[in-house]
Design a protein around this ligand. Sequence first.
Ligand SMILES: [Ca+2]
Ligand SMILES: [Ca+2]
Length: 127
Amino acid sequence: MPISYLAPDQSAVFGFTAGTGAAAETGEVDNLVVSRLVPGPANANWQRCEANGDGARDVSDAVFVLAWLFTAGSAPACEIACDCNADGSRDISDPIFDLTYQFLGGPAPAAPYPACEPFEGCPEACR
Ligand SMILES: [Ca+2]
Ligand SMILES: [Ca+2]
């Protein structure tokens, strides 16, 4: 008799059957613990506002974000780091904030900028 278990969040089904060749065997398993380990997304260090991932902070980061948002530009490798003004969303206010900071003496991106910070799901980009 097959044994199956549906995870409470319905994300997986675990099951067991027993059998050897043509002779079916059944048995019982007491105190069976099955764990399914799902690694979460990596938190890798990335510099906020470093949108194009070239390791430098310059006007090309704002241009990259504008191209991504409004044309068929490439998606950033670390989208969350494109939240240059740290308001929780990625939109036109981010490249404007970045350009204002870089060229007009506007406020700097949120601390720990210019140091790197961990961003969920981003590849490691700075040390
Ligand atoms: Ca860059
Ligand atoms: Ca933002």
